[in-house]
Design a protein around this ligand. Structure first.
Ligand code: COA
Length: 372
C-alpha cells in the first residue's frame, strides 16, 4: 500500500482549471490575483471560476439580475432563524443548517441537467448572502431586507446586513475581500465539497459539507479567533507578554501559518493595506499596530507568516461587522469557489475513496458481555 501522507500533504487529488498556487502566486483560471483584486468586481469572479473565462457585459448583466432575483428567501426561513436565535447558535451553525433547509424550497434541487445545475449554482450564490445577512438581522430583532440591485454584490451584502448604504471605501474594500477569499485551489473545504458530491450527491449537500469544514479554527474559523486574540492582547505594550506565554505553551496563534505558502501569502498584502487604511479612518490604528507587532514577532520567532485570516479580521471589525459573522462572510465568498469545484467534479467524476492503514489490534474473538 502507498505511504501515509498525514493531512494529505503533497498529495495530488484532482485536476483543476479553477485556480492555482505556483511559486507562491495565486491565479484564478490563469489570471493573477493581483490583477483581479485591483480591477475586478466579485460578480465577474463568480463567472470566471464557473466558466474559466471572464463574462461579456451581457453575461455579467444576466448573472447579476439572476443573483438579485434569487436573493429572496422563503419566509419560513426567517421563522427557522427565530428558533436558532432562541437556541443561541453561532451564525456558522445557523448557516450550515439553513443551507440545508433552503434545498427544501428548490424545486430542481435533484435535477442533474447541466443548465439546471448552473441555475442552482446562481441560486445558492445569491441565497447565501441573504442567509447570513437575514440571520444577523433577525438576531438583532430587525426585519430582513430585500436586496438593492443598484449596488454591487459586495455593496448589497453590506446594505442587507446594516440597512444603510455603504460608503465607496467600504464597498471597494469588501469587494476586494470577497475576491481574495473566493477560491484557493484544493483547500480543506473545497476538497470536502468535492468528496461530498463525488458520490453524485446534490450541490446543496456539497455546500453544507463545505460550510462545516470552513467552520473549524484551522480553516475559516481562524478570522473570528484573530479578533478574540487582539481583544485579549488589549494594547500594543502587551503584545510581547501575550506571545511569550502562548509560544511557551506551544499554543497556535490564529491567522498564522499555511500548508502551501511558506514565504508569504499573496492575499495578505492587500488585507494588510486595507487594515491600515480602515483602522486609521475609524480611529483604531492601535489594532493595526498590534497586528504588525504580532506579525514581526511571529516571523522572527517561528518563521511563520500571516495568512488571509489575520488582517481580514481587523478590516471587518473596523467596518463594524459582528465578529461571529467573519467566518460566514468568508463562506459567502468561498461559495463561488466551492460551486466551481463541485461543477468541475461533476464534469469528470470518480468517487473519492482513498485507503487507510489499519493500525488497531487483530485476531480478536467476540466475548459475551457477561464475561467482559
Ligand atoms: N502558531 C504557532 N505555531 C504554528 C502555527 C501557528 N499559527 N502554525 C503552524 N505552527 C507550527 C506547528 O505547530 C508546527 O510546529 P512543529 O513542527 O514544531 O510541530 C509547524 O509550525 C508546522 O505546522 P503544521 O501544523 O505542520 O502546519 P499544517 O500545514 O499542518 O497546518 C495550518 C497549517 C494553517 C492549519 C496551521 O498553520 C494553523 O493551525 N494555523 C493557525 C490557524 C489558521 O490561521 N488557519 C487559517 C488558515 S488560512
Amino acid at each position: 500500500m502507498a505511504e501515509l501522507q498525514r493531512g494529505l500533504e503533497g498529495v495530488i487529488a484532482a485536476e483543476t482549471k479553477i485556480s492555482s498556487i505556483i511559486d507562491s502566486q495565486l491565479t484564478y483560471a490563469g489570471y493573477d490575483i493581483d490583477d483581479l483584486a485591483e480591477n475586478a468586481q466579485f460578480e465577474e469572479i463568480i463567472f470566471l471560476l464557473w466558466n474559466y473565462r471572464l463574462p461579456t457585459k451581457d453575461e455579467l448583466q444576466e448573472l447579476k439580475s439572476k443573483l438579485y432575483e434569487y436573493m429572496t428567501l422563503n419566509p419560513r426561513v426567517y421563522k427557522h432563524f427565530e428558533e436558532y436565535v432562541t437556541d443561541k447558535v453561532h451564525p456558522m451553525t445557523a448557516l450550515r443548517t439553513s443551507v440545508s433547509y433552503i434545498a427544501h424550497f428548490d424545486p430542481d434541487a435533484e435535477d442533474e441537467a447541466d443548465e439546471k445545475k448552473y441555475e442552482r449554482a446562481i441560486r445558492i450564490q445569491a441565497k447565501i448572502a441573504s442567509l447570513v445577512t437575514a440571520f444577523s438581522r433577525v438576531r438583532e430583532g430587525k426585519e430582513p431586507l430585500k436586496p438593492n440591485s443598484d449596488l454591487s454584490y459586495a455593496g448589497n451584502f453590506l446594505y442587507m446586513l446594516k440597512g444603510e448604504l455603504p460608503t465607496d471605501i467600504e464597498e471597494e474594500a469588501f469587494n476586494k475581500a470577497l475576491i481574495l477569499h473566493a477560491d484557493h485551489e484544493l483547500n480543506a473545504s473545497a476538497f470536502t465539497a468535492r468528496c461530498a458530491v463525488s458520490s453524485l450527491s446534490d450541490m446543496y449537500s456539497g455546500i453544507v459539507a463545505a460550510v462545516g469544514s470552513l467552520k473549524g479554527p484551522l480553516h475559516g474559523g481562524a478570522n473570528e479567533r484573530v479578533m478574540a486574540m487582539l481583544s485579549e492582547v488589549g494594547s500594543l505594550d502587551n503584545v510581547d507578554n501575550y506571545l511569550d506565554e502562548k509560544i511557551a505553551n506551544k499554543e497556535k496563534i490564529m491567522g498564522f501559518g499555511h500548508r502551501v505558502y511558506k514565504e508569504g501569502d499573496p492575499r495578505a498584502k492587500y488585507l494588510r493595506e486595507m487594515s491600515r487604511k480602515i483602522t486609521e479612518e475609524t480611529g483604531q490604528s492601535e489594532l493595526y499596530e498590534m497586528s504588525l507587532a504580532i506579525e514581526k514577532r511571529m516571523k522572527e520567532e517561528k518563521g511563520l507568516i500571516p495568512n488571509v485570516d489575520f488582517f481580514s479580521a481587523t478590516v471587518y471589525h473596523s467596518m463594524d461587522i459582528p465578529h461571529d459573522l467573519f467566518t460566514p462572510i468568508f463562506a459567502v465568498s468561498r461559495t463561488s469557489g466551492w460551486i466551481a469545484h463541485i461543477l468541475e467534479q461533476y464534469r469528470d467524476n470518480r468517487i473519492m475513496r482513498p485507503r487507510a492503514n489499519y493500525i488497531g489490534e487483530t485476531n480478536r474473538k467476540y466475548v459475551p458481555i457477561e464475561e467482559r
